[in-house]
Design a protein around this ligand. Structure first.
Ligand code: DAT
Ligand code: MG
Length: 149
């Protein structure tokens, strides 16, 4: 079953949006298989955002992500990687559609509340970076037959 890595960034935690954000993935019908709050080390932040190393915003992005706790999660379900990106919305919250997390709760690109893996391969790399195997719980919700035909 497909899995994706989702992280509520420091602004989402500080603004008390953890429950609201989790609720959106939960009520959609995805399954939570990993969840933890953590203070992110510089090393982990630089690794996670390594693809943006040469971008002018890299330093401030790493500063931001390490500035306060984040909530890291792994969600599972058919098509969860692409669907989660839709639930999250466009990178710039001012361009993100209403009804998306960034569209409903954000106003600036450097405070866009949440990260979601952008492809299945990226998700696998990010899950391995943020979670050890024994932190992930495989389980099948009893309501599965009411979600999938
Ligand atoms: P996304 O988080 O939608 O996958 P991304 O991978 O292009 O977006 O960029 C990672 C994060 O970097 C993004 O969530 C916020 C920050 N960022 C991206 N572009 C930026 C910019 N032009 N100015 C400031 N921060 C930016
Ligand atoms: Mg990205």
């Amino acid at each position: 079953m497909e899995r994706t890595f989702i992280m509520i960034k420091p602004d989402g935690v500080q603004r008390g949006l953890v429950g609201e954000i989790i609720k959106r993935f939960e009520t959609k019908g995805f399954t939570l298989v990993g969840l933890k709050q953590l203070a992110v080390s510089r090393e982990l932040a630089e690794n996670h955002y390594g693809v943006h190393k040469e971008r002018p915003f890299f330093g401030s992005l790493v500063d931001f992500i390490t500035s306060a706790p984040v909530v890291a999660m792994v969600w599972e379900g058919d098509g969860v990687v692409a669907s989660a990106r839709k639930i999250i919305g466009a990178t710039n919250p001012l361009s993100a559609e209403p009804g998306t997390i960034r569209g409903d709760f954000g106003v600036s690109i450097g405070r866009n509340l949440i990260h979601g893996s952008d492809a299945i391969e990226t998700a696998q790399t990010e899950i391995a970076l943020w979670f050890s195997d024994n932190e992930l719980v495989s389980w099948e919700p009893t309501i599965t037959s009411w979600l999938y035909e």
